[in-house]
Design a protein around this ligand. Sequence first.
Ligand SMILES: Cc1cc2nc3c(=O)[nH]c(=O)nc-3n(C[C@H](O)[C@H](O)[C@H](O)COP(=O)(O)OP(=O)(O)OC[C@H]3O[C@@H](n4cnc5c(N)ncnc54)[C@H](O)[C@@H]3O)c2cc1C
Ligand SMILES: NC(=O)c1ccc[n+]([C@@H]2O[C@H](COP(=O)([O-])OP(=O)(O)OC[C@H]3O[C@@H](n4cnc5c(N)ncnc54)[C@H](O)[C@@H]3O)[C@@H](O)[C@H]2O)c1
Length: 449
Amino acid sequence: MTREFDLVVIGTGTAARVVATRMRDAGWSVAVADAKPFGGTCALRGCDPKKMLVGGTDAVDHARRMRGLGVKGEAAVDWSELVAFKRGFTEPVPGKQETLYADRGIETFRGHARFAAPDAVEVDGTTLGARHVVIAAGARPVPLGIPGDEHLVDNEGFMDLERLPRRIVFVGGGYIAAEFSHIAARAGAQVTVLQRGPRMLKGFDADLVGWLMERFGDIGIDVRTGASVEAIEKAGDAYRVVASQGGDTLTVEADLVVHASGRIPNLEGLDLERGNVATRDGRLELDEHLRSVSNPNVYAAGDAAQAGPPLTPVSSHDAKVVVENLLHGPHLRPDYRGVPSVAFTIPPIAAVGLDEERARKQGLRFRTNARSVPQWFTARQAAETVYGYKVLIEEDTGRILGAHLVGPHAEETINLFALALRHSLTSDHLADTMFAYPTAASDLSSMLS
Ligand SMILES: Cc1cc2nc3c(=O)[nH]c(=O)nc-3n(C[C@H](O)[C@H](O)[C@H](O)COP(=O)(O)OP(=O)(O)OC[C@H]3O[C@@H](n4cnc5c(N)ncnc54)[C@H](O)[C@@H]3O)c2cc1C
Ligand SMILES: NC(=O)c1ccc[n+]([C@@H]2O[C@H](COP(=O)([O-])OP(=O)(O)OC[C@H]3O[C@@H](n4cnc5c(N)ncnc54)[C@H](O)[C@@H]3O)[C@@H](O)[C@H]2O)c1
């Protein structure tokens, strides 16, 4: 039997939820489908559970930093309790999401969705006729295609470990390796990061990453750059991770090997050809309105579209653009100016807008204010030794072009710069604003002078 809907949404993550609920509010009949428990990556396997693990390890790190400064005793992570704390948040999510959809009159389907025709989606034997389809299927770990890659554990597996293994290797040196290695090392694991590139966190400013690397060293994370993992061998109950580094072979023993090598749009098994949805190089071919170039009734949003950076606020922004275009015809384009990004290491590192290289390439005239300032009050009161910033300010207009922060509260302060960038505020606007004291935001005027 075929059920007919104005809209079928593939996925139930951030992008899917925003599209489905808004279109239903507009009076459309809507169905959502997910192969996994409802809620998507951010709530169940990404941002939120990760931040709960960071919360526990941050508390321990803070107590350790304050030892001899008024805090006594040995703080330590109890891994299974911390994971239980995280599950206390994640476990109710799918049920709450299903209720949210049901309360709004959105039909829910559990199972793998695939195109059955350009205007039909099939979910485990049920065919859903669809006037429109939104692909909000997220991303998945990029297959490494190396011998032994079946031994890799992904982000979901890592955050669900009942017990923390003694020796952990992260394959890759981006967001996931940085955040998870900080969690694991503080929880007592011996951690090695094997990063193919010349440095960690290539999406963040090189100088600030350099300052942050001091903390990787302090907590005993062994970071090997220029190390490309080529095989994972089983060795009894453990693994041997084999990498090539500058022509030499590097072998690291591990009890757990974690995939941290990047993610790609999750288009697996969607039968896109049957839906007449074109792809190129593993990505959907979309126009500037996030609409399929080959099937005008299909849109995509979030990590599946990967039109902007694969981050939660972008998924939500894409979804709002798609809603507008579904309701009023394709007219709106996504606007990715001023998307802030944070890697939740301890302390965190954050960025928004342009770095110096890109600002120069755009022919912009700007000045750069940059300093490592561990002596500032914000760092000292937290007994933190890493604190620094880089701000790019346009010469003629005073507009903020980019901001890069590392240190306590960087994950919050960056949002003020994001506001400035998005709304073309100048350094004078920010410097002239009174911020509560003592807070990290009150350092802004010193960063801008
Ligand atoms: C470990 C980790 C930490 C992260 N931390 C942050 C962070 O701190 N801040 C931040 O901004 N971003 C973070 N991200 C990125 C963020 O989680 C994603 O950008 C965001 O969740 C993408 O949302 P989405 O709606 O596009 O897709 P998703 O939330 O991934 O939803 C896609 C859904 O589609 C389902 N699906 C896929 N294919 C099918 C199919 N054929 N049939 C049925 N269902 C299907 C999936 O099961 C999934 O539930 C993190 C990502 C990871 C992996
Ligand atoms: N705080 C956040 O916002 C956050 C946190 C986690 C994940 N994410 C999202 O998830 C995505 C995936 O994160 P990620 O850390 O997996 O990817 P990433 O793109 O941040 O980093 C992957 C790194 O792995 C390296 N690499 C690839 N293959 C390798 C190999 N064989 N050997 C050694 N190194 C190798 C690459 O050089 C690259 O630097 C991110 O792009 C981001 O959008 C965001």
